[in-house]
Design a protein around this ligand. Sequence first.
Ligand code: PLP
Length: 377
Amino acid sequence: MEYKIPLFELNFDEAEENAALETIRSKWISTGPKTTEFENKFSSMLNVKHSVALSNCTVALHLAMKILGIKNGDEVICPSLTFVATANSIRYVNAIPVFADVKSYDDLTLDPEDIERKITAKTKAITVMHYGGFACDMDSIMAIAKKYNLEVIEDACHGPLSEHKGRKLGTIGDIGCFSFFSNKNISTGEGGMLVTNNAEFYKRANLLRSHGMTSLSYERSKGHSTSYDVVDLGFNYRMDDIRSSIGIVQLDKIETDLKNRAEVRKFYIKELSEISEIIIPFQDYSEFSSNYIFPVILKNSTYEKRDLVRNKLAEAGIQTSVHYPAVHKFSIYKDFYLEMPVTDYITDNLITLPMYANLKKDDVGYICENLKNSLKC
Ligand SMILES: Cc1ncc(COP(=O)(O)O)c(C=O)c1O
């Protein structure tokens, strides 16, 4: 079924087409100069020392675990209100995900008090997720990390260029991870970035993304190196130059894109703030945000009612989603189940409405009108 208004619309045009074509014609398409350019540009836009482009964010999170030495039996505190990859990355190294609740229906980010309650002698790290591009309470979380000597990984998939007190999300903890999946703020089809200010972590990420080899094919093709050693048990987690060249164009577009998204958010808030049946999370948020998604939460509702409202919106041609089903309720996570009342209500009663830079004011009006009518059902 074709929706009249999709959840997300890709902003690609001739610029991405030309960039990909130019790279193809250059005859170097795997990891090479375009990937270095993409990494350098990303570092400078985020004001971070090092960026390593990767094949997606899931592998960035996996590398973060490896680099920080998280291993069998260690505990890592993370949200359940996230995409499953946040927790899976902890399982990849046989560590234990300890789910913490989020703050409230207004602030869907990890609750520092619940984080602190869940710390044990086995806790090694905290993975935060900046929901929707809205910052976690990083002051409190970094203070807890310091107090208990824990590492902090930022799953910043939703928040490229989002800020917390003037610092970009992803650059506050030990390692930050970004996704360039096709529906993200920066799209390369599949893709990811690991960022860090730590030179040792950077060196290790570079090694591990390419089989633990001491040189890349591109360096050998340019005569910078004629052989290689394998010094670590690495992976093939590389980004290729075709996608990096698209990523560079996406970085050129992102500032304008985010300004437009902020306008879309304003239209939504104007239309929806008077509706007593819903909560708009982060309604009074004042920091710079990527506005990756626009979620609303139905008050005094149930899972069944939420799905009825979603079906009504779908009948009007409006695509919606749910960010996210609770990870701690997935079958594969049944052994890690913990009570999380706030997350439980949110995951049953949240609807993600369409959000993209090119979403028109009239479209927002149409969505909000239909939402109001659906809520009466
Ligand atoms: C919060 C979060 N974490 C991790 C991921 C995984 O990213 P990728 O699809 O690039 O592996 C995503 C992407 O959907 C995400 O939204």
